[in-house]
Design a protein around this ligand. Structure first.
Ligand code: AVI
Length: 325
């Protein structure tokens, strides 16, 4: 019987992902204040809880964006004619991209690129887009790696979609840098459509991030469930409360997990022993809120010029279409 040769190298993508998670947890929980990066919310349960958040009456981002796309999809496509390529960074279910595709006069020569680290998200979006007569290309990669791959292609005009106010989860220097990364992947006259949540009353913002049903609290606390499962940790989930605060100086909603007693936690997979004081918090997310004109200014500094902007005044949300200058 022949034996398969033993190969010492060649860690799988899953191994690398797990190592990055373990390293990030070790790094961010040693900071003062303690933190965990919000990109780790989206394991299968976290993604399902996020889908539920999008249906909450208090969380308006998804509905407002959908309304704007329903009203203006045809106009958006008219403003960037001769498109050969659409790229969505974080396509979710593919529903928003398909609203644009459905408004296109013809799709036969269109290729859509879906960029996401999650294979499950790519499967879902691919199924949605397969209903149309077009080519779908999947990139299971970070946004940066996906953009890097796209910058080497030679086709006609490209439209990049960065929707859902995902830009709000970057801090302002990070957002500026990421928008420059998008710009570098594009050629002059290629376009970017970006969706961003706008400043609104503190009451509405806090209801959106601390909803009466406790879905956002579950979404936040599930991060500790994930650390326990994937990194062999012993967080006592019951001993953490969800807290959302509006930081008006930084113009962001912050989400925290508050320790309700002094406690020790062992995170074996990150080789970390942690002590949390009673009332100490782990900062898990920032959602920056902008004024509509600030978004145009930030995009201008990243090398884009405004084509148009559509604002949903009732829920305070903007879709901004810009071209690479
Ligand atoms: C994905 N992102 C734009 C959401 C937001 O509004 O910042 C994530 C979220 N966090 C709590 N609720 C939703």
């Amino acid at each position: 019987m022949s034996m398969r040769p033993f190969v010492a190298s060649g860690a799988s993508a899953a191994d690398l992902e797990r190592k990055a998670f373990a390293d990030d947890v070790a790094y961010y929980l040693r900071l003062d204040p303690k933190q965990l990066p919000s990109r780790y919310f989206y394991d299968p349960l976290g993604s399902a809880l996020f889908e539920a958040i999008c249906q909450l009456p208090w969380y308006s981002i998804t509905r407002a964006e959908r309304r704007l796309l329903a009203a203006h999809a045809a106009e958006i496509l008219q403003r960037v004619p001769s498109l050969s390529t659409m790229v969505e960074l974080g396509p979710g279910s593919g529903e928003k991209l398909s609203m644009l595709v459905a408004a296109a006069p013809s799709t036969a020569s269109l290729t859509v690129h879906l960029v996401d680290v999650s294979a499950a998200a790519l499967d879902l979006a691919t199924r949605t887009l397969n209903a149309y007569d077009l080519k779908v290309e999947r990139h299971q990669a970070s946004y940066e790696a996906g953009l890097e791959a796209l910058s080497r292609r030679h086709d006609r005009r490209t439209l990049v979609l960065f929707l859902g106010s995902n830009v709000g989860n970057f801090d302002p220097p990070g957002a500026a840098e990421f928008l420059r990364t998008i710009r570098r992947a594009l050629r002059p006259d290629d376009a970017l459509l970006i969706g961003a949540d706008l400043l609104k009353s503190e009451r509405d913002l806090l209801l959106a991030y601390d909803d009466p049903l406790g879905v956002t609290a579950a979404f936040n606390r599930n991060l500790l469930v994930r650390v326990n499962r994937e990194l062999d940790a012993d967080f006592d989930i019951d001993a953490f409360e969800h807290r959302a605060i509006w930081n008006s100086v930084e113009s962001r909603v912050e989400m925290h997990l508050v320790s309700t007693r002094r406690q020790r936690v062992r995170i074996a997979g990150s080789r970390l022993d942690l002590t949390l004081e009673d009332g100490e918090t782990i900062w898990t997310e920032s959602s920056y809120k902008y004024r509509a004109e600030e978004i145009v200014a930030i995009l201008g500094r990243a090398g884009f010029r405004e084509i148009d902007q559509w604002v949903d005044a009732s829920d305070g949300f903007a879709l901004t279409l810009v071209a690479a200058a």
